[in-house]
Design a protein around this ligand. Structure first.
Ligand code: GTB
Length: 217
């Protein structure tokens, strides 16, 4: 059964791979599972037909036969549990890889999203200039700890896993800020993720939505 995911018809990032369908595309590419994409306008995302799949009217969703999923953490975990390649075989190592997925989503991503909020949604508020350094400090605290834990390893816990996939994609959102470069091992970690052939294929596919040119496979 070929899964169908949803993505932005017109991504605000203009194909930079920052929208979260990229995580699902990347996971599917890592495990070699072909997929189809249904593109949605902002209006269609809020209509009842899509809200039946995603209660918050967002992308991405994942449909596979009778199964409908939303939330990238749940979707990537589902893919990783059903295919080889994104979770270790050993029970303890597997649990630790899943813990890194949660760490990306629950511990690292919230302050990263605050940066976007203060820049874009609150940028015109008189207090935005004062709030920015507070938000940046919270991000640096997470990056410092993550950098120490990663050390000179390639991936967070042994081989590349769904935990790294979620963490790399979360950190990518920081690239334009320059903050990642303050932690060279994290910048190299993200670059290693981006260099993976599966990432490259997923990136090309989402970029093609923006450029209108089909990706070369
Ligand atoms: N927790 C959910 C998950 O992980 O699946 C969050 C899903 C989500 O935030 N979806 C966003 C969405 O549908 C798209 S990815 N937004 C529309 C809405 O809420 O109405 C977030 C995103 C959007 C744009 C950029 N960008 O332009 O750089 C990056 C990331």
């Amino acid at each position: 059964m070929i899964p169908v995911i949803t993505a932005f018809e017109q991504s605000p990032d203009r194909g930079k791979g920052l929208a979260r369908d990229m995580r699902v595309r990347w996971a599917l590419e890592e495990v070699g599972q072909p997929y189809e994409v249904r593109l949605l306008s902002f209006q269609a995302m809020k209509e009842p037909a899509h809200r039946a799949l995603h209660p918050f009217g967002q992308i991405p969703t994942y449909e596979e036969g009778d199964l409908v999923l939303f939330e990238t953490g749940a979707i990537v975990l589902h893919i990783a549990e059903r295919h080889a390649g994104l979770l270790p075989r050993g029970a303890n190592a597997r649990a630790r890889a899943i813990a890194w997925m949660f760490a990306a989503l629950n511990t690292v991503e919230p302050p990263v999203l605050e940066l976007v909020t203060v820049r874009i949604l609150e940028g015109d508020k008189p207090w935005a200039g004062e709030r920015m350094p507070l938000v940046q400090d919270r991000i640096r605290a997470r990056l410092r700890d993550l950098s120490v834990r990663l050390g000179d390893a390639d991936w967070l816990d042994g081989d590349f896993s769904a935990g790294d996939l979620m963490m790399v994609h979360t950190l990518l959102r920081l690239k334009p800020s320059g903050m990642l470069d303050e932690y060279p091992n994290l910048a190299a970690y993200v670059a290693r993720g981006e260099a993976r052939p599966a990432y490259q294929r997923a990136f090309a596919a989402q970029l093609a939505v923006f450029t209108g040119k089909s990706p070369r496979r």
